[in-house]
Design a binder for this molecule. Structure first.
Ligand code: C2E
Ligand code: CA
Ligand code: CA
Ligand code: CA
Length: 279
């Protein structure tokens, strides 16, 4: 049942069910969820392919809606963005992630980096960068251990605003990663004008590298070009040993996916973090 399901919540909270809610109702429930603290961060490990050790975790948001189970961020983030609630939810995510990172550091897991997803609307709101700076001080976390994941589209639209916010946070030591890389329309050359540390190649390419020579060539090309531009490459959604082998062969730096672990609650990820090696 719930814990054993290969893939998460989609099974228990079908998309259609949420669609039947009026947007306004989801908004209302979201407001309640903030007050009642119904949100939890799950974590998925990111593996360094050079030594096969855990390098970082990506924080992935889950909403426990009483009577409805766990709701996917794919379903509520868009509503949260439209209603502006993403600002509060986003700050809460940052606080939880910083607090967990600090707690792990205090427990001796001091190698760990953390990656946090930002929605476009969220990181371009006024004072976002000041809020981040304030939370860094409040939780006493090392900014060098923090990455923010943003999409290509979010990065390049309102380019000057992006540049200003990214530059400010980069100066603090935070890194930016381009999420779902390859699915947008921007080129690496253009993105390179922003202070970016790496790209995460979208799962749709990774799931094809075993069977399609073209997909493999595309991924290989992205890696070559990224490395020339001094960017790290992370492969998303690695599910098979063969995919992992190919990614190692073509020089990918990091990987994450169900092959290593699906996103799991804090207490579960902790066990993996202590071991540090998954295979
Ligand atoms: P994403 O950032 O691209 O995250 C990767 C998604 O792929 C996650 O879905 C993860 O559970 C899933 N995944 C990881 N490995 C595999 C795999 O091997 N196979 C398959 N089939 N899937 C895999 P999730 O957790 O449902 O998150 C969906 C999206 O919601 C994320 O996509 C991200 O864009 C957004 N999101 C999640 N947490 C947050 C958050 O705190 N803030 C914001 N703004 N967005 C978030
Ligand atoms: Ca992500
Ligand atoms: Ca992604
Ligand atoms: Ca995605």
């Amino acid at each position: 049942a719930k814990e054993n399901g290969k893939n998460d919540f989609q099974i228990f909270m079908p998309f259609m069910l949420m669609k039947n809610f009026k947007k306004i109702e989801i908004e209302k429930s979201l407001k309640k969820a903030i007050e009642a603290d119904q949100f939890e961060l799950y974590y998925q490990p990111v593996i360094n392919l050079r030594n096969m050790e855990i390098h970082s975790v990506e924080a992935l948001l889950r909403w426990h809606l009483p009577g409805k189970g766990i709701i996917s961020p794919l379903e509520f983030i868009p509503v949260a963005e439209e209603s502006g609630l993403i600002v509060r939810i986003g700050e809460m995510v940052i606080e939880k992630a910083f607090s967990d990172l600090k707690e792990w550091e205090n427990k001796g897991i001091d190698y760990l980096h953390i990656a946090i997803n930002l929605s476009t609307r969220q990181f371009k709101t006024k004072f976002f960068e000041k809020m981040v700076q304030k939370q860094i001080e409040r939780y006493g976390v090392n900014p060098q251990k923090i990455s923010f994941e943003i999409t290509e589209t979010g990065a390049v639209e309102n380019f000057d605003v992006s540049l200003k916010i990214l530059s400010f946070l980069c100066q603090l030591g935070i890194k930016f990663l381009i999420d779902d890389f390859g699915t947008g329309y921007s080129s690496l050359i253009y993105l390179r004008r922003l202070p970016i540390g790496g790209v995460k190649i979208d799962r749709s390419f990774i799931s094809e590298i075993e069977l399609s020579k073209e997909s493999r060539a595309i991924v290989e090309g992205i890696i070559l070009m990224a490395h020339k531009l001094d960017l790290k490459v992370i492969a998303e959604g690695v599910e098979t040993k063969r995919e992992l082998e190919i990614l190692k062969e073509i020089g990918c730096d990091f990987a994450q996916g169900y092959l290593f672990s699906k996103p799991v609650p804090k207490t579960e990820i902790e066990k993996l973090l202590i071991e540090r090696k998954i295979f």
